[in-house]
Every structure is written in structure tokens, then in C-alpha cells.
Design a protein around this ligand. Structure first.
Ligand code: M6R
Length: 613
């Protein structure tokens, strides 16, 4: 949700900032801007639209300077337009700020500043903050660092900030609370960004800034303090293992398609060192210290949002089935405000691709205060959630750039599957024989997904047939019900077709009223314990002239005779079907969106990482 980039060093900052913004554009893309300091003067260029629009408007303007900051925005306060785009300059031009997050008490601060004579150009909370810093700086006659520190102590809300002060042009300031910020450490140069993706090209040495820390970077070095005290803190440098081709589209037209196709490899990466199929073992190093407590849990509560929530629902089925532990899955946004009953015998598992989702983060903070053990299943290494949990498992799916989550879902589901089997074994709930055979089958999933991907053309044809639909229904039962929800979410997000996911048996309690001859109904109908019942649901849809696209087990001849289209997926053990069944649904959404001319990787109104409530 908004991307921040900053540079200080000896190179020209502009190309670094622009490239950085392109890499961060998946975080928000309604406006973009940069500020460059040249000879003690700040030059700001910004506009509504994409980074490519920004590149157009800077043509012929001053883009010199070896210190600068940039921003790509997902609007919170104020509509996306040129004026509200970041960076924001304070009224007397002393400070220039880019901001990710929301300053909740901005209105109160703005009123105080207006009383002092401050005038505002934009509707943003960020401009208020720039002026607050300047007001303190000028009235207290202190240095920029002290002014920033004092201002932040007055602020309520969330922020990731990159700040420059024109009186101290050899410094780049960065600070955060609730919004991620990382500093790349080069040789006499520093790179500030919302995540590591714009930095890895220059250095793999990162300093992850913690909440309420303030970093001051100059070409000579950095200083890290807390916003409440000026005492120097230890610099903990992390070496990040992220390759450039992880964040490029390669030969694919979109990130989403690339990420769908990466799944055989990303799942293999999630397995690596954990699923030891030949030894019939699962080893989850990230939670091995807390495994006894997890296995004794009275209850597991999974908290997550969006696609991660749906992965959590799959986890609920599997953990209850194999480990016989009571599992509840909660939308983090509801859970955090509900005053739920939590004890120290509960275990909370936060699932998040980005590791930065504000609601999920707040949910685990609340549960931690109540004494629960907090675990995380996250993709982005070093992000906030893993840093605030007691233990956890990284999904290792690699950077997911497409706003619609795909490979993160399968990686999260794989982690939950391994966890369910491991807990089942530890608690003596599944036999050695079943455990061994499930492990062997799970290990075949990457190769099986490759086979499904080889049938992509079939899905493309179905997309061609239904690209004009205005509504769609997705039905599934048991472990495939969350996949129905995920399929519907994917279609809505990127093609803007209204879609609903339902447990198949619920159809007759309402959604059946929607069915007519224009309505595509995806039915997840693999050979499992619900098969006969789902076949009946297909009959019910057909009796009302609905269009059925059935995802079936290879070789199914019964449904082939009833459905308008069938997509076959190979037979696997029932708990692993979500990993396979979701793939054609991802492809269908992708192709429909492309055929409708939608921006697949940057769908309207969305942003990749939701760091505000
Ligand atoms: O980073 P997280 O997994 O915490 O994100 C949660 C949701 O915002 C995310 O899954 C969202 O629903 C995606 N756009 C789904 O494609």
C-alpha cells in the first residue's frame, strides 16, 4: 500500500528512484512522484497516474542530484490527483516527505497549524506531517533530526516515511511505525524502500527498520535511534537472498501468469528441507521449538485476510481431520476488535503473504497480550509479522508481484498441510502407514501441477466462452469449499465480474435463484466423499439451464455427460486437491481479465500489501 524509495550516495539519484518506483508500483499505482535535492534546493515532480506518466512529465526538467525520495501511491486521504500525489513539501520548503500509512490525528494537527498561519495545498495527512516537522524545526530552532523525532512523538497512526530537509541536504531520514521500511547498505550509498525489491539490484545487505526507529543516512554512514531517545542502536544487517529474475516478468506478459506457472517450483521450494519424502518425515524447523506446545493446544485460531484467509480455511479442514485439534479461522479485521476469549492454551497462526497486513498484525498483537502462542506463516522474509511472532514458517514462494495472489496461496496451503500431518503424527492421531503414504503423495504435487498447467489452452478456451459473463458462481464442498471462495475472489479482483463462492450444498438455500442460462457455475467435483452429492448439485444447476464448468478427477465420465465443460485434474489424496483445483481457476480468471482488457497485475482500486485498516 504505497511504495517508498529513497537514495543517498554519489550516483545520480533519478534513475535509481524511477527504477525503484517501477519495482514498487505493485504496492499502489494511482499517482507517483519524486523529489531530488540539487544544490540545496528540492525539485519535486509528481502526477496522477503511473510511473511511466511521471517519466513523461519530468522530460526537460531538472533531475540532477544524488539524494532523492520517491513514492507510488494508493490513495487514503484525498482523491488521486497531481496535488495529492507525494512527495509533499512543507509550507516554507524546509522539508519534503513521502509517506505510507495514515496519520489518524492529522485533522487536529492541521487545525493547530492553520491557527499558526500554515496553508495547505493538498487534502493529505502527509502534508500535515511535513508542516508539523517544519513548525517544530523553525520554532525550536533545532536540527532536522530532533524536529522529526519531536513531531513523530505527537503523531497517532501508522507511517513509513522518507524525509529530506533542504537545510541539511546531505542527509536522508527514514522512519516507520506499522508500515514497512528497509535500508539497503551500499558502499558509501544507501537505499531506502518499502521492501527489498528495488534494492537487491544494488546490494543484498539490508537493515530492516523496526517500529519507532529513525535512521539517518549520509554518504559517510548511518545512525539508528529510537524516536523517543537519541541513544544509538545496534545496526543488525541482514543478507537477503533475492535474485533479480525473481522480480522480473521474464518471458511472461504478466506477473500473474508467471507466478501461476512458477507454482511447481515454488511448492518444491516450500517443501525443501521440510518434506523429506524418502525418509517419510516432515521437519518444520521454524516451529520445532514450540511444537510440543502447539501439539498440546486446546484450540488453534488462524487469523488472516483475503486469499490468506482462504488458505486458513483449508488448514482448518486438514488440522481438524488429521491432528484433531479444534481450529477456528477468523478474519483478522473482525477478530482484532471482537474481544475474543483467548487463553494461554490457545495458539494463534497468522497467515500473510506480505507479512505486513495491518489487520493481521493488529490481531496478533492483541492475542499476544492475552498470552497465546503466536505463530506466523508468511512469505516476505523480514517483514513485520514474522518479526512479531514467537515462531513461524516462511513459505519461500519468492516475491509475489501480481496483486492477485496465486503462488502464495498454494505455498501457504502446503505449509498448513505439512503442519496438519506433522501434528497428527505427533499427537498419535494418524497411523504411520497413512502418514507415510500421504507424505509420498504430497511430494508428487509439484509434478502434478505441471501437468495441469500443460492443459492451459483448454482453460483459455473456456475463458473465451465466458469472458462476457456478468456473474459467476463457484461451488465446492469440504476442503474444496475454500477453493471455491478463492476462485470467486480471483475473478472479481482482476476481471471485475461479480462472483460468489459457496459450499455446494448451500446453493439451494438462496444462490440457486440467480441461475439462468447466462450464469457460469464452476463446480469443484473431484472424486471424494462428497462426489455423489456434488453430482446432484450439478443436476440442479443444469435443470435451471445454468452453464456448468466442472473441475473433475481425470477420467470422470459421469460429469462429462452433464457439464458444459470439464477440466480434469489428476487423482491425488483428498487433502491435496485444493493445491490442484485452484490452478485452473487462477488461469481462468487470468485469461478472462486479459480478454476483457483489464490490467491484470494492477487491478483497479487494489494494492498488494494492505498496511492500513
Ligand atoms: O499479504 P496478505 O496475505 O496478508 O494479504 C491479504 C490480502 O490482502 C490478500 O490476500 C488479497 O486478498 C489479495 N489481493 C488476494 O488476491
Amino acid at each position: 500500500m504505497c511504495g517508498i524509495v529513497g537514495y543517498i550516495g554519489s550516483r545520480t539519484a533519478y534513475p535509481i528512484l524511477i527504477k525503484g518506483l517501477q519495482r514498487l508500483e505493485y504496492r499502489g499505482y494511482d499517482s507517483a512522484g519524486i523529489a531530488l535535492v540539487d544544490n540545496g534546493k528540492a525539485f519535486i515532480h509528481k502526477c496522477r497516474g503511473k510511473v511511466r506518466d511521471l517519466e513523461q512529465i519530468v522530460k526537460g526538467k531538472n533531475i540532477s542530484g544524488s539524494i532523492g525520495i520517491g513514492h507510488t501511491r494508493w490513495a487514503t486521504h484525498g482523491v488521486p490527483n497531481d496535488v495529492n500525489a507525494h512527495p509533499h513539501r512543507s509550507m516554507n520548503g524546509k522539508f519534503v516527505v513521502v509517506h505510507n500509512g495514515i496519520i489518524e490525528n492529522y485533522s487536529h494537527i492541521r487545525t493547530l497549524l492553520v491557527e499558526k498561519g500554515y496553508k495547505f495545498e493538498s487534502q493529505t495527512d502527509t502534508e500535515v506531517l511535513a508542516n508539523l516537522i517544519e513548525d517544530i524545526y523553525m520554532s525550536a530552532q533545532c536540527d532536522a533530526e530532533s524536529a522529526i523525532r519531536t513531531a513523530l512523538q505527537k503523531v497517532v497512526g501508522a507511517y513509513g516515511l522518507a524525509i529530506i530537509c533542504t537545510d541539511e541536504p546531505e542527509k536522508l531520514f527514514g522512519t516507520r511505525k506499522g508500515s514497512p521500511l528497509v535500508l539497503g547498505m551500499g558502499n558509501g550509498e544507501y537505499f531506502l524502500a518499502s521492501d527489498a525489491t528495488p534494492i537487491v539490484e544494488y546490494t543484498d545487505k539490508m537493515l530492516y527498520i523496526n517500529d519507532e526507529e529513525l535512521v539517518v543516512a549520509t554518504p559517510k554512514g548511518i545512525r539508528l535511534t529510537n524516536i523517543y531517545e537519541e541513544v544509538d542502536k545496534k545496526i543488525d544487517v541482514t543478507t537477503v537472498d533475492m535474485k533479480l529474475d525473481n522480480i522480473d516478468k521474464g518471458s511472461f506478459p504478466h506477473y500473474m501468469l508467471k507466478e501461476i506457472h512458477e507454482q511447481p517450483n515454488t511448492i518444491a521450494d516450500t517443501f525443501r528441507g521440510r518434506l523429506l519424502a524418502d525418509q517419510h518425515q516432515i521437519f518444520l524447523g521454524g516451529i520445532s521449538d514450540v511444537l510440543p506446545r502447539l501439539a498440546r493446544a486446546r484450540r488453534i485460531i488462524i487469523v488472516a485476510c483475503g486469499t490468506s484467509y482462504y488458505a486458513g480455511l483449508v488448514g482448518e479442514y486438514l488440522i481438524e481431520e488429521y491432528a484433531r485439534i479444534n481450529v477456528e479461522v477468523e478474519y483478522a479485521s473482525e477478530f482484532r476488535y471482537r474481544n475474543p476469549v483467548i487463553t494461554s492454551e490457545d495458539v494463534i497462526i497468522a497467515i500473510s503473504q506480505s507479512g505486513e497486513t495491518a489487520d493481521t498484525l493488529a490481531a496478533i498483537r492483541m492475542a499476544k497480550q492475552k498470552g497465546a502462542l503466536i505463530l506466523g506463516i508468511c512469505n516476505v522474509v523480514g517483514s513485520s509479522i514474522p518479526r512479531e511472532t514467537d515462531a513461524g514458517i516462511y513459505t519461500h514462494a519468492g516475491p509475489e508481484i501480481g496483486v492477485a495472489s496465486t503462488k502464495a496461496f498454494t505455498a501457504q496451503t502446503v505449509v498448513l498441510t505439512m503442519m496438519a500431518l506433522l501434528l497428527g503424527k505427533k499427537r498419535g492421531e494418524i497411523s504411520e502407514e497413512l502418514y507415510n503414504s500421504l507424505i509420498e503423495d504430497l511430494a508428487t504435487v509439484p509434478a502434478t501441477i505441471s501437468r495441469i498447467l500443460a492443459d492451459e489452452e483448454k482453460v483459455r478456451e473456456i475463458a473465451e466462452r465466458y469472458k462476457g459473463a456478468t456473474n459467476a458462481l463457484y461451488l465446492g464442498r469440504g476442503v474444496l469449499y475454500p477453493v471455491a471462495l478463492e476462485g470467486a475472489l480471483k475473478l472479481k479482483e482482476i476481471s471485475y465480474i461479480h462472483a460468489e463462492g459457496y459450499p455446494a450444498a448451500e446453493m439451494k438455500h438462496g444462490p440457486i435463484a440467480l441461475i439462468d442460462n447466462l450464469m457460469p457455475v464452476f463446480v469443484l467435483a473431484t472424486k471424494d466423499k462428497y462426489y455423489e452429492k456434488v453430482v446432484n448439485n450439478i443436476q440442479e444447476v443444469k435443470a435451471r439451464q445454468g452453464q456448468v464448468i466442472a473441475v473433475v478427477t481425470s477420467g470422470d465420465t459421469v460429469i462429462r455427460k452433464m457439464a458444459d465443460y470439464v477440466i480434469e485434474i489428476p487423482q491425488v489424496d483428498e487433502p491435496f486437491t485444493p493445491l490442484l483445483a485452484v490452478v485452473p481457476l487462477q488461469l481462468f480468471s487470468y485469461y478472462v481479465a486479459v480478454m476483457r482488457g483489464c490490467n491484470v497485475d494492477q487491478p483497479r482500486n487494489l494494492a498488494k500489501s494492505v498496511t492500513v485498516e
